[in-house]
Design a protein around this ligand. Structure first.
Ligand SMILES: Nc1ncnc2c1ncn2[C@@H]1O[C@H](COP(=O)(O)OP(=O)(O)OP(=O)(O)O)[C@@H](O)[C@H]1O
Length: 358
């Protein structure tokens, strides 16, 4: 007769490839049930966007067949519990992810929005803060130009209720300002506006809260890095030399003493141009390979390369970002980037919690 102990012993041979320990030691196996030759259990991954999901599932089946019974009928419920750092001071927001660039106009907001949608499509609970106080573009990208968040009472306190669209909870400075009026932002004002978006909003439980930051390095970045437990930053650049030079400065700031935010990786945007009528042609209008070089210099992953295509700008302009189109190649590229970001967050959390030693 097969026992649950045998099942667990078999699964202790399956390694989580990123965390380099076996699933049983990592407490990733739950609800083991045995009924004759029928074996069922749950595997609790570190994120619903785990790119290793199928690999781990197959390894579990193989381990059971090899170590327990080759005729066993194995049913695995692949589920997830998103990890956080043990030092995280928020009880409801597990991971804050900043999206930053050195230079303006490289597609940072485009990446932040499509990344948020891709993570939500994988089943994660996602929020998005438009912290680009000098040019909030998220209201347009979600077709929410006229949205005005309500106030709600939470435990006797007034809180701002984020607007929900495409499964994402959103707040933008743009919801509270007149788009026709430029605001002369001073340092302390910036800092308190950003803090309010985090602390005075009813975010509920979130796995990932993405923050679209202004270009460059300034008050928003410092407020975030020093005031909040940021899980990591995604650096967006184009392959152009000027963008790369600025991205390098921007990324360098996150490595500085007193800031120390992990860099999750680099997204190269506008990598090449592909005309709709010639889908197999690639024109490297801004140069080639710059994102990869930047990633190598910082010893972080290149998370992906997004081409310059009209569907991206059109999607942004008409409030239906390209990531909503399931089969579009750029949507698939964003889905892949989302998995890599979630994977890097899980690795950084494991490192911080000393569950992973490198
Ligand atoms: N891969 C792409 N293909 C086509 N158009 C793109 C692509 N990425 C971004 N764009 C377009 O380029 C413009 C700038 O993008 P976006 O607003 O995302 O940049 P940003 O870096 O956030 O800018 P800002 O300096 O305002 O913060 C937008 O009109 C957007 O639609």
């Amino acid at each position: 007769m097969i026992t649950t102990e045998q099942v667990l012993a078999a699964l202790s041979n399956v390694e989580e490839p990123d965390l380099k320990k076996d699933l049983v030691t990592l407490k990733m196996v739950e609800d083991v049930k045995v009924d004759g030759k029928k074996i069922s259990f749950s595997v609790i991954l570190t994120t619903p966007a785990c790119p290793l999901k199928d690999l781990i599932k197959n390894a579990c089946v193989n381990a059971i067949k090899h170590f327990v019974d080759k005729e066993a009928e194995v049913e695995i419920n692949m589920t997830s519990r998103v990890t956080t750092k043990s030092t995280n001071t928020f009880s409801n927001i597990k991971n804050i992810i900043a999206v930053a660039s050195g230079k303006g106009g490289v597609g940072k907001s485009t990446v932040a929005v499509n990344l948020a949608i891709s993570l939500a499509k994988k089943g994660a609970k996602v929020g998005l803060i438009d912290g680009d106080i000098y040019g909030p573009s998220i209201p347009i990208m979600f077709n929410l130009q006229d949205a005005k968040p309500f106030m709600v009472q939470v435990n006797g306190q007034n809180k701002i209720q984020p607007i929900e669209k495409y499964g994402i909870k959103l707040l933008s400075i743009g919801f509270f300002t007149d788009p026709n009026q430029a605001i002369p932002w001073r340092g302390p004002m910036v800092s308190s506006a950003i803090k309010q978006l985090f602390n005075d909003a009813d975010w509920g439980d979130l796995d990932y809260l993405l923050v679209d930051t202004p270009p460059g390095t300034g008050d928003v970045h410092i407020t975030l890095a020093q005031g909040f437990p940021v899980a990591g930053v995604v650096i967006v650049t184009t392959p152009q030399d000027v963008a790369l030079a600025d991205a390098k400065k921007g990324a360098g700031m996150f490595r500085m003493e007193g800031v120390k935010v992990p860099i999750l990786g680099v997204v190269e945007n506008m990598s090449y141009f592909t005309p709709a009528e010639l889908p197999d042609n690639k024109y490297y209008v801004f140069g080639k390979g710059g994102g990869k070089t930047l990633a190598e210099q910082f010893e972080v992953p290149l998370l992906g390369e997004i081409p310059l295509v009209m569907a991206v700008s059109e999607g942004g302009d008409n409030g239906e970002p390209v990531a909503l189109q399931n089969e579009h190649p750029v949507s698939l590229a964003f889905a892949d980037i989302a998995e890599k970001v979630a994977q890097q967050v899980a690795i950084q959390n494991a490192l911080a919690n000393k569950e992973l030693v490198v």
